[in-house]
Design a protein around this ligand. Structure first.
Ligand SMILES: [Zn+2]
Length: 205
């Protein structure tokens, strides 16, 4: 079943950052846990999860598990390994939208949703998709409105070390970044060696 796509949004109805404004005043809501509600925009059909209680930075909002594991990412999955993408349980967690200035983090080691900063009732819960996703199945143009908005969100593999600096990332993403940095250094080293070995190499002239 393909989700509806909003004309103003390049993404399927779930997870679209363009929902933030729409979900503020024209929505239906459903209490899905004692501390949050699931909102659905009556105009666009977009979904989001909103806090109904307060949290402090570092608080665990809930534990999570998975109902299925896929080899390829979808707009609903969370990456936990090279070919391991989980469908979240409880299911409503899959409506957690992206923000370039997130207030929650999916800690895949502890299977816990963590508050990155203070959260007040009425705040939308958003995480930074590249914190768990290396190469997203469905990249999108971000309209989260954060001062630090990246503009295009495609996964950690598409970002520079500067863009990822200071961000909370899963061990899997940290490992992939270390591997990518090592591969880049090895390529540069090989190019340098090839240049030195080439006739006329070494630059004395
Ligand atoms: Zn953004």
């Amino acid at each position: 079943m393909a989700p509806a796509v909003d004309a103003d949004c390049e993404r399927p109805a779930v997870h679209c950052p363009a929902t933030y404004r729409a979900l503020a005043d024209n929505f239906s809501s459903k209490t899905v846990s004692p501390w949050c509600e699931h909102r659905k925009c009556l105009t666009t059909g977009h979904n989001g999860i909103f806090a109904t209680t307060s949290f402090a930075a570092g608080d665990v909002l809930c534990k999570f598990g998975h109902s299925a594991i896929y080899e390829q990412p979808t707009y609903q999955t969370l990456q936990v390994g090279a070919s391991k993408h989980i469908l979240l349980s409880p299911e409503w967690l899959e409506n957690t939208n992206h923000s370039c200035d997130p207030n929650v983090f999916f800690n895949t080691e502890a299977s816990a949703l963590l508050a990155l900063r203070a959260i007040a009732p009425g705040d939308e819960l958003c995480f930074f998709y590249p914190s768990t996703e290396w190469a997203m199945g469905e990249p999108f143009a971000c309209r989260c409105g954060a001062a630090t908005c990246l503009g295009h969100v495609a996964g950690a593999s598409a970002l520079t070390p500067q863009q990822l600096e200071g961000r909370r990332l899963t061990p899997y993403i940290q490992q992939r970044l270390a591997e990518a940095a090592a591969a880049k250094a090895a390529t540069a080293e090989a190019a340098k060696a090839a240049e030195a070995a080439a006739p006329g190499g070494g630059g004395s002239g």
